[in-house]
Design a protein around this ligand. Structure first.
Ligand code: NAP
Ligand code: FER
Length: 340
């Protein structure tokens, strides 16, 4: 088939498995012509690539809930874009879509796992990768289902100025909870308290987290929504109330570790406080996404929820550098690479 108007697909492929932080040596940058779609398929111009800590896990050998990205394969990524050619009756040229399109400027798809979305002036395409995408669903089900949040409880969220954490804290505020966020740096702490309405913020880079938690949650924690693991999880474990729940959403502080990290030394608090700590995977809730996204979109429209996207403009080839921002804490809200 002829190329689509001579268009070139820019791609980022996994060249080698990283040890520790993924440096530039783990990426290959390739180009290939964009082909016409085969019957039943369509071509998406990728405009926004989602940057997710989970990507670090996908780069490791060894299967988890998803197979690892193979060496030489286009890096897996959730993304958003626009249909530019279609031989699939379900998708028309001009439709906006989200899906697992990979780190590339054009993706071919048969529609599997692809959602049609309707960006507006108020709710742009990046929000479908943030509050109304996998990120928001993670906060929603992690807090309400795994965390079994009850109105008025005391909630502590780590990674609080990040994509998932900033939504989890806001959702807990909607339920009338006292919400304490833990984040790195004064700007992030100011954002979550002053703009998002968190009751308190702890700057873990500048403060003794254990001491700060004692002051910010004097009666203890009912739900600790853990995005980071490590020392911060350990500190939170010392402040549990009886019957506390800890949704284990992630442990970004360990993702680039080259040695096995020390276990949470305070986990016996789970026993003493009859508390539950539970891992979860957002994909287990796929069937309930539409219902949750409707409720979240309502709160977004009413101004009760804010979706902050940290949109970095660049080329597909900037992906590797932009990904590192997650591990350096250089993002506030949902990190998205907009393909210039
Ligand atoms: P994000 O929070 O927007 O970005 C990562 C943030 O982590 C950074 O901005 C940084 O903020 C913080 N961070 C990085 N290194 C850290 C360290 N050593 N100690 C403490 N904080 C550190 O990313 P996200 O997409 O919302 O993901 C948040 C967590 O949710 C991750 O653990 C991810 O794996 C998890 N997740 C789980 C599921 C699931 O299904 N279970 C789904 C999606 C995401 P600071 O400046 O505050 O350090
Ligand atoms: C994530 C971290 C870990 C995530 C999924 C996992 C969807 C799951 C890992 C596993 O099953 O081993 O951010 O996002």
């Amino acid at each position: 088939m002829s190329d689509m108007q001579g268009l070139t697909n820019h791609q980022v492929r996994l060249a080698a498995r990283p040890n520790g932080l993924p440096g530039p040596d783990v990426w290959d940058h390739t180009t290939e012509p964009v082909g016409e779609p085969a019957d039943g398929r369509f071509v998406v111009q990728v405009t926004h690539v989602s940057l997710d800590p989970a990507m670090r896990g996908w780069m490791n050998a060894g299967k988890s809930y998803a197979p690892p990205v193979g060496i030489g394969e286009v890096m897996r990524a959730l993304a958003a874009g626009r249909v530019v050619a279609s031989k699939n009756p379900g998708f028309a040229v001009g439709d906006h879509v989200t899906g697992t399109f990979g780190v590339q400027s054009y993706a071919e798809s048969d529609g599997t796992g692809v959602q049609k979305v309707t960006p507006t002036d108020d709710v742009g395409l990046p929000t479908y990768l943030a509050l109304l995408g996998m990120t928001g669903m993670t906060a929603y089900f992690g807090l309400f289902d795994v965390g079994a949040l009850r109105d008025g409880e005391t909630v502590v969220v780590s990674g609080a100025a990040g994509a998932v954490g900033s939504v989890a804290g806001q959702l807990a505020k909607i339920k009338g909870c006292r919400v304490v966020g833990i984040a790195g740096g004064p700007e992030k702490c100011a954002w979550i308290t002053e703009e998002l309405g968190f009751d308190a913020a702890i700057d873990y880079r500048a403060e003794d987290v254990k001491k700060a938690l004692r002051a910010a949650a004097p009666d203890g924690i009912d739900v600790y929504f853990d995005n980071v693991g490590g020392d911060i999880l350990d500190a939170a474990l010392t402040r549990l109330r009886h019957g506390a729940r800890i949704p284990i959403c992630g442990a970004i502080s360990t993702y680039n570790a080259t040695e096995p990290p020390p276990g949470p030394a305070n986990y016996m608090s789970l026993l003493v406080n009859r508390a539950r700590m539970e891992g979860f995977l957002v994909f287990d809730y796929v069937e309930k996404f539409p219902q949750a996204a409707n409720e979240m979109a309502g709160w977004l429209r009413e101004g009760k929820l804010h979706s902050r996207e940290d949109v970095v403009s660049g080329q597909v080839s900037d992906f590797g550098d932009v990904l590192l921002r997650l591990f350096r804490g250089e993002n506030t809200g949902k990190l998205v690479l907009q393909i210039a």
